[in-house]
Design a protein around this ligand. Sequence first.
Ligand code: CUA
Length: 297
Amino acid sequence: MTLAIFVTIAIFAVKYRRRRHPEAVQIEGSTILELTWSIIPLRIFMFIFVWGAVIYFQERTPPRDSVEVYVVAKQWMWKLQHQEGAREINELHVPVGKDVKLIMTSQDVIHSFYIPAFRLKQDVLPGRYTTLWLRATRPGVYHLFCAEYCGTQHSGMIGQIVVMEPREYALWMSQSNTFGTLAASGQSMFEQLGCQTCHRMDTQGRGPNLSGVYGSPVQLEDGRMVTADENYIRESILAPSAKVVSGFKPIMPVFQGLVSEDQLNSLVAYIKSLHPEPSGSAGDPMMAPAGVKPQNQ
Ligand code: CUA
């Protein structure tokens, strides 16, 4: 487009220069010409717009069966918690060819998770989750940068994305997996904080039954309908009265400041791992879900 415009300017400047045309000649408009130069560029730009929008939506929507990794940014490092339990600092190991969803938050200022080789960049904000997903196609080691000025050591807030063959990755995971699953640490947090005294796995609790809540619509006391995504679960823990579930009273204590971002992530992972009990199955419903690999619904 730029080339077409400037070449035309140059041609016209020469062709209609003052020496050859001392007297200006009036040129009447041409409907066909005007329609042509309107409709053709419109089509080209609309094509590029739709193309870009499709890619944008693909990039913003993580596939449902992605492996999940929680990212906590802080001045000046990246902390990563794998669903299966491994934890890393400034390094993220991922298997090649697998969809990986990053659920990211910051415990201080705004950072930005940037992997130039993957053409991916997403701001990481305090107080909420932002997400990003990727599917690495080639094994190797790639740069991870922070792309938002976040203080004196901003330029040192760097790391690596290590893309491994699935077999190597499984080996790495089995060696690094010393913490138990994220959902299991979430479960012990849940019990430590006494959440299960109200959030019982039946309908008798003073708080809503949380099994199967992730991903499902929730009717609120004020009539609104929301989807229980990661940000909803997060808010319901930190500031429970913001969205009170229909039929319940706003009696839950506020956990803002009482749980760290890492602990909050494990709680969210635990609540996401809770599935409704298949009818007729026996066993302790509180103990069942966390050992199982969490699945998205
Ligand atoms: Cu974190 Cu710049």
